[in-house]
Write a protein that binds this ligand. Structure first.
Ligand SMILES: *Cc1c(COP(=O)(O)O)cnc(C)c1O
Length: 372
C-alpha cells in the first residue's frame, strides 16, 4: 500500500488502555462512563475500543456520528439538545438524549410512540456555566410534570454540563446543587431517577481528588479517554497514553534562512501582523500540511527540539536547528496532537487516517504527575 502523507496514526490499543484505566477509577466511585465519540467524528473502530475498554454507553453530539455506531451493541446517548427538525432520527439512532425544551421533548415522544418505543431523556440543569440547561427551579418542576404525562418518553435522570461556555469549573458545590435538585424532584413527584450525570472530562478531577458528590453516577467522557489529561489541574493521569493520535508529516524543504523576513512586513496569509525575534540564521524545514488541516497551537513535535514557527494553509514552517537528528527532504516529522488538533485532523479529507493495534510500554507518559 502506498501511504499518502500527512498521516494521522490512531492507536486503538492505547485508547482502549486509557479507557480501561479511567473506567476503573470511575467504577470505584460508583460512576459509569458514557464514552464520548465526537472528538474523533464517531469513527466506529475507535468507538469499539472505548466499548472494549469498558464504557457502558456511547455518546455523541451529532446524529450523523451516532448513525455510524448503530451496529455497536450499547445504548447511544445524544449529547447536543435535539433539533425538532431531526426528532424522528433522534428517536431512531439515540436511545437517550439530553434535553431542556418541552416542545422538543413532546416531538420526541410523538415519534417514539409511532415507533412503539420509549425514548429516554436526561433533563439538563444549568448550574452556572450558562450553556444548555434549565435554570429556574419552578420551570424544572413544571417541565417534569408535563414530561411524566408523555407516553413516548421515560425521564431517567438529570444532568449538567460545565466548563464549556462560561468556563465554570465543576465543584462539589455546583454538582452538590444538582444532587439536591434530584432529591427534590424525587420527593415531589414520588419517582426514582436512575441517572445523575455530572458533566464532561473537566469533572474528572473531582473523582481523583475524592470530592465528587456521591450521588453523581455518570460522567460523559471524551477528552479524558483519548488524552489521559486532567485539564483543570493540567496533570497527566498515571498509566495513560497522551499520544493515541500522532500526526506524521513529510518534509518538502530544508534551508538555512534568517529568522526575520526581509522587506516591509504587512500581513500574513491569515490576516495577522507577524512579529519575529532575531535569532540569526536558522535551519528551517517545511512540512506538507497546513492550517486547513490542523490548528498548530494544539500540537507539538515528538522531537522536542523542533519548534513550530508558523503555518499557512498548506505549509508548516519548523525550526530544526537544535535537533540532534539529521533531517533530509522526504523524511518524516511527527507530532502529538491535543484535542483541537485531533478534531481538525480527523475532519480533514487531506489527512490519511491509519488505525494501529500496538503500543510499546516505553511510550507511557514519562512525566506522570498524578498518582491515584
Ligand atoms: C462534548 C460533551 C461532553 C464530553 O466532553 P469532553 O470534555 O470531551 O469529555 C460531555 N457532555 C456534553 C454535553 C458534551 O457536549
Amino acid at each position: 500500500m502506498i501511504l499518502s502523507y500527512p498521516i494521522l496514526e490512531i492507536s486503538l490499543s492505547k485508547i482502549k488502555h486509557n479507557t480501561e484505566k479511567i473506567v476503573s477509577i470511575c467504577d470505584k466511585k460508583g460512576i459509569s462512563v458514557a464514552g464520548v465519540t465526537k472528538g474523533f467524528c464517531g469513527i466506529e473502530e475507535i468507538a469499539k475500543a472505548l466499548v472494549d475498554g469498558g464504557v457502558d454507553i456511547l455518546a455523541d453530539s451529532r446524529i450523523r456520528n451516532l448513525k455510524k455506531l448503530k451496529d455497536i451493541d450499547v445504548p447511544k446517548l445524544l449529547l447536543r439538545l435535539p433539533m425538532i427538525s431531526n426528532a424522528e432520527e433522534v428517536v431512531e439512532y439515540a436511545d437517550i438524549s439530553l434535553n431542556s425544551e418541552l416542545k422538543t421533548i413532546k416531538m420526541l415522544s410523538q415519534y417514539a410512540s409511532l415507533k412503539g418505543k420509549k425514548h429516554k431523556i436526561i433533563l439538563m440543569v444549568d448550574v452556572g456555566d450558562l450553556r444548555e440547561g434549565m435554570f429556574i427551579k419552578e420551570d424544572i418542576f413544571n417541565t417534569i410534570e408535563s414530561i411524566l404525562e408523555l407516553s413516548g418518553i421515560k425521564l431517567i435522570g438529570i444532568g449538567t454540563n460545565l466548563s464549556c461556555f462560561g468556563g465554570v469549573i465543576p465543584s462539589d458545590e455546583n454538582l452538590g446543587k444538582l444532587a439536591s435538585i434530584k432529591k427534590e424532584i424525587e420527593k415531589k413527584f414520588d419517582i426514582e431517577l436512575d441517572v445523575l450525570s455530572g458533566g464532561n472530562s473537566t469533572s474528572f478531577h473531582l473523582v481523583i481528588n475524592d470530592e465528587i458528590p456521591k450521588e453523581i453516577n455518570q460522567l460523559r467522557l471524551g477528552t479524558m479517554l483519548i488524552l489521559g489529561h486532567d485539564e483543570i489541574n493540567d496533570k497527566w493521569i498515571e498509566d495513560t497514553f497522551n499520544d493515541c493520535f500522532r500526526l506524521i508529516t513529510e518534509i518538502v524543504e530544508i534551508k538555512e534562512k534568517p529568522s526575520i523576513p526581509i522587506g516591509k512586513i504587512g500581513y500574513d496569509s491569515f490576516g495577522n501582523k507577524p512579529t519575529f525575534k532575531d535569532k540569526g540564521i536558522r535551519k528551517r524545514a517545511i512540512s506538507a500540511i497546513g492550517k486547513q488541516d490542523i490548528d498548530i497551537d494544539w500540537m507539538k513535535a515528538e522531537d522536542h527540539s523542533i519548534l513550530i514557527l508558523g503555518a499557512s494553509s498548506d505549509h508548516l514552517i519548523l525550526d530544526i536547528t537544535d535537533s540532534n537528528e539529521t533531517y533530509e527532504v522526504g523524511d518524516k516529522i511527527s507530532f502529538i496532537l491535543d484535542y483541537v488538533a485531533i478534531l481538525n485532523a480527523v475532519n480533514s479529507d487531506y489527512v490519511e487516517k491509519i488505525l494501529v493495534e500496538h503500543y510499546e510500554v516505553k511510550d507511557l507518559n514519562e512525566e506522570v504527575l498524578c498518582t491515584i
